[in-house]
Design a protein around this ligand. Structure first.
Ligand SMILES: [Zn+2]
Length: 347
């Protein structure tokens, strides 16, 4: 008996990807009865589901962001490597390396295996378990940076550039634009790895999730809330702030700020210029072009479904490698982290 094609049981619906035999959605775009959530970014984790299954870290992040009770009436934590049977569908989670708790959702039904990667990256990140490839029949991938122009440099080299600039301009404040879930904590942890021991100052919007990370066992070193009123104290300091704050009046009140931004989009010089970014740092929590292709080959899937971003180029490149690509056209993705180019997010 040949296995039923995953197209016949894992369906694109207005609420998102639906596993029909299992009766659950993966990262649904609206409140549903049963949801499996890959990670805590708001375009994947929405409030109001009746039942939520995710890693314990993702559940904690969702509760911290949405408030107790809004992150699922009932919550079920699944550890990496643990397997569940949901109405005959085998379900397990594998690390996706994107942010703390981020998981690929692996499903097997009647002999066919699908892996829904969620957002993922392949570079080491001291704040997230590393991506683990899972061989499958269908791999569902993101495509945020799916153009050959997007090749991320080693993140350590970007952190070193930041620290060189801080050493060069000791009278100025370096304010680094970064998203509040994942990028902010990864930058803090990487600065510690690079030997930066001084307090790291946080915009108020970043404080709560840093505390959540610390409570989940990720040390970030001494953190302070950045008060622009204390201009003097912030000379020579590093401040982490939301991307929307760095070009804003808030940042202009800092001591001669060096405006930095940490994002895969900073690979495009024009983007940095438009955003008034003096020191662009190409640090991404998403796979780059080479990593998207390498991952597709590594999981040995004859078929890859592409959820959001630049599907066409990726599907074409996969075809050249004998892999069938399919655009999934899921709605409502790319509203948080680097899914949207800076400046487009608010539109
Ligand atoms: Zn994400």
């Amino acid at each position: 008996m040949t296995a039923p094609h995953p197209e016949t049981w894992l369906k694109v619906t207005p609420a998102g990807l639906f596993c029909e035999p299992g009766g659950f959605f993966i990262d649904p775009t609206r409140a549903v009865d049963r949801a499996v959530i890959s990670h805590g970014h708001s375009d994947h984790a929405r409030p109001g589901h009746a039942h939520v299954l995710a890693t314990a870290e993702t559940l904690a992040i969702m509760s911290a962001r949405m408030g107790e009770g809004r992150a699922g009436v009932s919550q079920q934590a699944l550890r990496f490597g643990e397997t569940l049977d949901v109405n005959g569908v085998r379900l397990w989670l594998r690390p996706a390396g994107h942010v703390l708790g981020s998981a690929q959702v692996c499903l097997e039904w009647r002999g066919a295996r699908v892996v829904v990667s969620g957002d993922y990256k392949r570079r080491p990140d001291p704040t997230a378990a590393g991506f683990e490839p899972e061989p499958c029949d269908v791999f569902v991938t993101e495509a945020t940076f799916a153009l050959p122009v997007f090749r991320h440099p080693p993140p350590e080299a970007e952190i070193a550039r930041l620290l060189r600039s801080v050493a060069l301009f000791p009278e100025r404040t370096h304010v680094v634009g970064c998203y509040s879930l994942g990028k902010c904590q990864r930058l803090a942890a990487m600065l510690r790895q690079a030997g930066w021991e001084a307090p790291i100052h946080l915009h108020g919007a970043h404080v709560a999730l840093c505390r959540t990370y610390e409570a989940l066992g990720i040390p970030l070193g001494p953190l302070r809330t950045a008060t622009v009123a204390k201009k003097e104290d912030l000379k020579g300091a590093i401040v982490l702030a939301p991307p929307s704050a760095i070009a804003d009046r808030w940042a202009r009140r800092l001591a001669e700020p060096v405006v930095c931004n940490a994002s895969g989009w900073m690979r495009v010089r024009q983007r940095a210029k438009q955003g008034g970014v003096e020191l662009p740092l190409v640090i991404s929590d998403h796979a780059d072009w080479d990593e998207l292709l390498a991952t597709a080959e590594e999981v040995q899937a004859p078929e890859v479904w592409v959820t959001h971003g630049r599907e066409d180029a990726l599907i074409h490149a996969l075809g050249q490698r004998g892999i069938r690509g399919r655009a999934l056209h899921l709605v409502g993705r790319g509203e948080e982290d680097e899914g949207e180019a800076p400046g487009e997010a608010a539109a």
